[in-house]
Design a protein around this ligand. Structure first.
Ligand code: KG4
Ligand code: ZN
Length: 336
C-alpha cells in the first residue's frame, strides 16, 4: 500500500503545533511552540492573547515541520486539523491555515476532535486493539471512553463539573504556584506526605462519573482558613494529599469500569496523563489484570501536540471521511 502522509495542525489552546505523520504511526515532525511563558504572567490562558500568538507562530511552525520532515508539499495526502473543542479564536487560526493548504494542494481536509486526538496519541506507542477503554484526563475533559472500533466512542462516564486538569490548575494557583499548575503540584507531591486526608468524591458511587469541584473547593477553604488563623500550610503535603485523592478517584473509577466492560487495552489520554503519580499507580494496579495492556503516551504526546491530530486524522482518511472548505471551528464539539 502507498504511504499516507498527513499534515496535522493543532491550535486549540496555547500551543501552536504542526506535525507530519506517516501511515498513522511514524512521526516525521512534531513541532510545538508553547505560549506558557506568555500566559504565566496572567495566571492562565488569555484567549485573545492566545489567538494573536497563534497567528504570529503558525507559518514559522509550519515551515519548521516541513523542513524537519524533509518532505515536499507534493508528498502530503491530506490535512488534519483540530476542529474543537477549544478556544474559538485559537481554533480558527489552525483551521484557516489547514484550509489554505487543502485548497492549494487539492488534498482532503479532515476536521479532528481534540479528544479523539488525545486518545489516538496512544497508537504511536502501541497499535490500538478493540474493545478498549480510554481514561481521558485533560484541562477541559475527564471521561471514560469505551471503544469497540475506530471512531466508535461511547462515553460511559464524565465529570459533572470541573475537569481534573482544571482542578489541578486552580489548586496550584491557590497555593501560589505558577500556571500551568499540574506539573508543579506533581513535582511537590513527590516530596510530600498525604497528611490532609482529602475527600474521595464520588468514588463509592455506583457510576463512572467524576466530580472535582468539591475537592477543589475543599482545598481552597482549607488554605483560606489557615491564612485567617495565621497558620502555615505545608505545600508539599497538601500537593501530595490532593494528588493522592485525585489518583484514588481516577484509578478507582477506571478499574470499576473495566470490571464491567472487558477490554484488551487501557489507554490514558490528555495532559494529566503526564502525571507521575497517576502513571505509577496505573502501572501497579494493571498488574492484577494480565490480559489488559496499559498504554500511556510519552510526556510529549500527553500534552497538546499536532502528532496526535495526525494519527486521528489518518484513521478518518482511511475511512474516507473528510470535510469541505466550509469546515468551521467549534468551541464545544461532541466526540463522535
Ligand atoms: O491535554 P492538555 O495539554 O490540554 C487540554 O486539552 O486541556 O492538558 C492540560 C492540563 C493542564 O491542566 C495541566 O495542568 C495538566 O494538563 N497537566 C498535568 C501534568 N502535566 C500537565 N497535571 C498533573 N500532572 C502533570 N504532570
Ligand atoms: Zn488537550
Amino acid at each position: 500500500m502507498k504511504d499516507v502522509i498527513v499534515l496535522a495542525i493543532e491550535t486549540s489552546c496555547d500551543e501552536t503545533s504542526v506535525a507530519i505523520i506517516k501511515n498513522g504511526k511514524e512521526v516525521l515532525a512534531n513541532i510545538v511552540s508553547s505560549q506558557i511563558d506568555i500566559h504565566k504572567k496572567f495566571g492562565g490562558v488569555v484567549p485573545e492573547v492566545a489567538s494573536r500568538h497563534h497567528v504570529e507562530n503558525i507559518t514559522v511552525v509550519l515551515d519548521e515541520a516541513l523542513k524537519t520532515a524533509q518532505i515536499t508539499l507534493d508528498d502530503i495526502d491530506c490535512i488534519a486539523v483540530t476542529q474543537g473543542p477549544g478556544l474559538i479564536g485559537s481554533l480558527l487560526v489552525g483551521i484557516n491555515a489547514a484550509k489554505a493548504f487543502s485548497y492549494a494542494l487539492k488534498k482532503p481536509l479532515i476536521g479532528v476532535h481534540h479528544i479523539a486526538g488525545h486518545i489516538y496519541a496512544n497508537h504511536l506507542v502501541s497499535d490500538m486493539k478493540f474493545p478498549l477503554m480510554a481514561l481521558v484526563v485533560s484541562g477541559g475533559h475527564t471521561e471514560l471512553v469505551y471503544m469497540k472500533d475506530h471512531y466508535d466512542f461511547e462515553i460511559i462516564g464524565s465529570t459533572r463539573d470541573d475537569a481534573v486538569g482544571e482542578a489541578y490548575d486552580k489548586v496550584a494557583r491557590v497555593i501560589g504556584l505558577p500556571y500551568p499548575g499540574g506539573p508543579q503540584i506533581d513535582k511537590l507531591a513527590q516530596i510530600g506526605e498525604d497528611t490532609y486526608h482529602l475527600p474521595r468524591v464520588m468514588l463509592e458511587q455506583d457510576n463512572f462519573d467524576f466530580s472535582f469541584s468539591g475537592l477543589k473547593t475543599y482545598v481552597i477553604n482549607l488554605v483560606h482558613n489557615a491564612e485567617q488563623r495565621n497558620e502555615t500550610i505545608n505545600k508539599e503535603n497538601l500537593a501530595k494529599s490532593f494528588q493522592e485523592a485525585v489518583i484514588d478517584i481516577l484509578v478507582g473509577k477506571t478499574f470499576k469500569a473495566i470490571e464491567q466492560y472487558p477490554v484488551k487495552q487501557l489507554l490514558v489520554a490528555g495532559g494529566v496523563a503526564a502525571n507521575s503519580g497517576l502513571r505509577k499507580r496505573l502501572n501497579e494496579v494493571i498488574q492484577k489484570y494480565p490480559d489488559i495492556e496499559l498504554v500511556i503516551p510519552p510526556l510529549k504526546f500527553c500534552t497538546d501536540n499536532a502528532a496526535m491530530i495526525g494519527v486521528a486524522g489518518y484513521f478518518s482518511y482511511l475511512k474516507g471521511v473528510s470535510d469541505d472548505l466550509s469546515l468551521n471551528g467549534s468551541a464545544s464539539l461532541d466526540l463522535k
